[in-house]
Design a protein around this ligand. Structure first.
Ligand code: ADP
Ligand code: MG
Length: 551
């Protein structure tokens, strides 16, 4: 498969080269140059919009900022090209770094609005800071690109230079996203809470990708300044962003090549539809709609499947504590006026299965959220061995060996089962999938599994991290009797291997035979605690859990 893809790309690249060298006139070269410049900015945009799924509206701003920075360093400071392009790349990266910390944590629509605000401010500055930016007229006379005294002339030389930069950008983007890292990023996009709970450092990935997107955008803008010789507030206008967005959507969200295909197509479309004059916009809109409806993976999705290379990217290895016991001491968690947890203490030792029961809304999931760091306790402490985990991030908690699964499975539907496990760590995927009863299905998409099987996939994924403590939130929900029996056997085997297991479940016939100890919550408080035998006879547990009708 991957050979067919490479062959196709080789043929495509060769055809483009032949066209550029032998057939394109000077106007054709200009168009190709423009396409290449936009391709670089779109490669950057794809990292944030495509890979992270974050609607940044600042990519046009990074592009324009790069253009201004290159123009100003060339005109005012007399810098030569390599320095102007470094300035053009660095300024947007700097801005991205400054805004990343407040902006990147925002939920998606606020992130979009915040990046839009930044783009608007930059545009206003470019228009109004006349002494520096030349205001609405912009800056003129930016010199052509020349490297070490060698001038890169307009036409074919410039086109070749820009497309060399495209190739380098593709390579960098590929390095950023290659191999197992791309699986981790896809998990982060599709199931952010799961990614955190599995130890994937989402904040670092977001930060790196956002800065890289700014770098690509700025670099492209700097090229544009030198290629056109003029910079005006137009380079900061909203339509550049829309163009980059369209290129990414039409070209393909998750392959850097998509950005290149999208840029080639969208820059050439107006040329091909020139004769249609005003109808061009209709054709453009139709192409965009058509791509969204018929090509959900964009033009790049039409290419033969790429093989995901394994074991390339180094991910931080987990350091699970095989000998540590979890102890939760007097934790409290309030949501507004509701005490979801009130002075709850619980411990789970290696090799032990502790059952957590309680009616709906009694705080079971909240306790799992506190243990996995997704929520912070209002008071109380959480230790794993002698390590204090209170207030730590989910990623760090996961890396100490505590991994939870979710009441509502959090998976990346577009990853295969095998890739879902590879995303979190190097592991024998076949063996792990077989353990949870999903052997032979490594190549299926996670999204094609029914919910009960997705829960088993979550357990396999937790094991793939090398976790020593598993906190399972209603893992048997939706399973039939045979699946439950299999799961019970698996959990027993895992405990026998030394895993500590906190098992939240409703099904008493499932949980009681498995658990060494059972803790019963009611309205956020522990009302009963003991062996399964003691619990079924405990009047407080019966009242809390079984209501008016005891067993
Ligand atoms: P369980 O898993 O036992 O069904 P939960 O832990 O989900 O219970 O919920 C315990 C209580 O805390 C419920 O009253 C629930 O409404 C409340 N709660 C849980 N999470 C939140 C939240 N993020 N915001 C507000 N209230 C919450
Ligand atoms: Mg729950």
């Amino acid at each position: 498969m991957s050979d067919r893809r490479s062959l196709l790309l080789l043929v495509g690249g060769a055809a483009l080269t032949v066209y550029a060298v032998a057939f394109a006139g000077s106007y054709g070269h200009d168009v190709l140059t423009r396409a290449g410049i936009y391709a670089i900015a779109a490669i950057g945009y794809q990292l944030v919009f495509g890979r992270l799924g974050a609607l940044s509206l600042a990519q046009g701003c990074f592009f324009g900022l790069g253009a201004y920075a290159a123009a100003l360093t060339a005109l005012d400071l007399g810098f030569g090209f390599p320095f102007t392009v470094i300035a053009g790349t660095a300024l947007p990266v700097l801005l991205a770094a400054l805004i990343a910390i407040p902006v990147l944590r925002l939920a998606s629509h606020y992130f979009a609005l915040a990046t839009l605000g930044i783009a608007q401010l930059t545009l206003l500055a470019a228009i109004n800071w006349t002494e520096v930016t030349g205001g609405a007229n912009g800056l003129f006379g930016i010199p052509q690109i020349s490297i070490a005294g060698l001038q890169i002339g307009f036409g074919l030389p410039l086109t070749a230079f820009v497309w060399t930069c495209v190739a380098v950008s593709l390579w960098i983007s590929h390095r950023l996203t290659a191999g197992r890292r791309s699986l981790a990023v896809e998990t982060l996009r599709a199931a952010p809470s799961a990614a955190a709970a599995l130890g994937i450092d989402g904040a670092a990935i977001r930060f790196r990708f956002f800065l890289a997107s700014a770098g690509f955008g700025g670099f492209a803008g700097a090229l544009q300044a030198h290629a056109v010789g003029v910079v005006s507030p137009d380079v900061l206008s909203f339509h550049i962003l829309v163009l980059l967005l369209a290129m990414t959507v039409i070209g393909g969200r998750d392959s850097p090549l998509g950005a290149v295909l999208g840029a080639l197509l969208l820059v050439h479309l107006p040329e091909w539809f020139r004769d249609f004059a005003d109808y061009y916009l209709v054709a453009y809109g139709a192409a965009l709609l058509g791509a969204i409806i018929f090509l959900p993976n964009g033009l790049a999705g039409l290419l033969p499947e790429r093989r995901t290379p394994r074991s390339e990217a180094k991910l931080p290895a987990p350091h699970p504590r095989r000998d540590a016991a979890l102890s939760v001491e007097h934790v409290t968690k309030h949501f507004g006026g509701v005490a979801a947890l009130d002075d709850v203490s619980i411990s789970v030792a290696p090799g032990e299965i502790v059952g957590l029961i309680g009616p709906n809304g009694s705080g079971k999931t909240t306790l799992v959220n506190l243990i996995s760091g997704i929520e912070k306790p209002g008071s109380g402490r959480i230790h794993f061995g002698n390590e204090d985990l209170t207030g730590r991030s989910p990623e760090r908690i996961a890396r100490t060996g505590i991994v939870r699964t979710f009441q509502h499975p959090q998976i990346a539907p577009g990853l295969t089962l095998g890739d879902s496990l590879e995303a979190v760590g190097p592991c024998d995927t076949e063996a792990l999938l077989a353990r949870v009863g999903l052997g032979e299905r490594a190549g299926d998409l996670a999204g094609s599994l029914p919910p009960a099987a997705q829960k088993r996939l979550e357990i396999a994924r937790a094991l793939a991290t090398g976790a020593s403590l598993l906190a399972l939130d209603e893992p048997a929900a939706g399973m039939n009797d045979i699946e439950r029996a299999d799961l019970a056997q698996l959990l027993k085997a895992l405990a026998a291997e030394g895993h500590a297991i906190l098992l939240v479940d409703h099904a008493m016939d499932f949980l009681l035979p498995l658990a060494d100890r059972v803790v019963c919550l009611s309205a956020g408080r522990i009302v009963a605690e003991g062996t399964p035998k003691e619990i079924v006879q405990d009047p407080r547990a019966i009242r809390a859990y079984f209501g008016e009708s005891p067993l």
